[in-house]
Design a protein around this ligand. Structure first.
Ligand code: KIV
Length: 265
């Protein structure tokens, strides 16, 4: 597949072609997603929950995102590689934000960064773009605000909230973001935002009318079962396959049937 860039995504929106995005945290997944033709790979801070076992995404560090982005970059040829800016990597000031975004590109080989927030982060988005780094916005349910929100809830159900989200989306576009993730908002609102913007929207729990969709790989493959949001479609149950395979391995070792002659020198 031809290398996907931010320009490709804008062209896809114009042509009405859907953008397929997925999270990835390791080399093997990046390779498989490339083979499947995924357009965008996101090293999301969901990494903290589904790979590192944290309670939420707040403890994720720059070092952890860099480490995993490097692995994905080694396995990725064709997809646009986006890295998440972890909690407190962009909240302090523009200077620190640009320095951290720069590390994701320079050290980890990300091709763009994503950060959560609306109007309040538009100066940060602009500063990163002024430094030459493309930015993917993320509005709606922003998991880094879990403490403020008191849990993970659908956003924008009431009119004032919905209006604020439209303003946030416009602010992100105005600041120069190349696309925006819309997380957990009503499908009708996502459609309205998608129609208003010239840049693509990538939905997760935001209905079918976004310009693209993203899911957390571990959710859609059945590798993370602590909780499963309503918007997750399980495309496989790799967790069950692993449990069964590991169980058979244990049985073979305990019975002494592995390794047989076939697997011995
Ligand atoms: O961290 C993440 O994986 C994300 C996606 C859910 C969009 O932000």
């Amino acid at each position: 597949m031809k290398k996907i860039t931010t320009a490709t995504l804008k062209k896809m929106k114009k042509e009405g072609r859907k953008i397929v995005a997925l999270t990835a945290y390791d080399y093997a997944t990046a390779q498989i997603a490339n083979e499947a033709g995924v357009h965008v790979l996101l090293v999301g801070d969901s990494l903290g929950m589904v790979v590192l076992g944290y309670e939420n995404t707040l403890p994720v560090t720059m070092e952890e995102i860099i480490h995993h982005t490097k692995a994905v970059a080694r396995g990725n040829d064709s997809a646009l590689l986006v890295s998440d800016m972890p909690f407190m990597s962009f909240q302090i000031n523009d200077q620190e934000t640009v320095r951290n975004a720069g590390r994701l590109v320079k050290e980890a080989h990300a091709e763009a960064v994503k950060l959560e927030g609306g109007k309040e982060v538009s100066s940060r988005v602009k500063a990163i773009i002024d430094a030459g780094i493309p930015v993917l916005g993320h509005i709606g349910l922003t998991p880094q605000d879990v403490l403020l929100m008191g849990g993970y809830k659908v956003q924008g159900r009431k009119a004032p909230e919905a209006e604020r989200l439209v303003e946030d989306a416009l602010a992100m576009e105005g600041a120069g973001a190349f696309a925006i993730v819309l997380e957990c908002i009503p499908a009708e609102l996502a459609q309205a935002i998608t129609d208003k913007l010239s840049i693509p929207t990538i939905g997760i729990g935001a209905g079918p009318r976004c310009d693209g969709q993203i899911l957390v790989t571990h959710d859609m493959l059945g590798l993370f079962s602590r909780f499963t949001p309503k918007f997750v479609k399980r495309y496989a149950d790799i967790g069950a396959t692993m449990r069964e395979a590991i169980g058979r391995y244990k049985e073979d070792v305990e019975k002494g049937t592995f390794p047989s002659d076939e697997y011995s020198y």
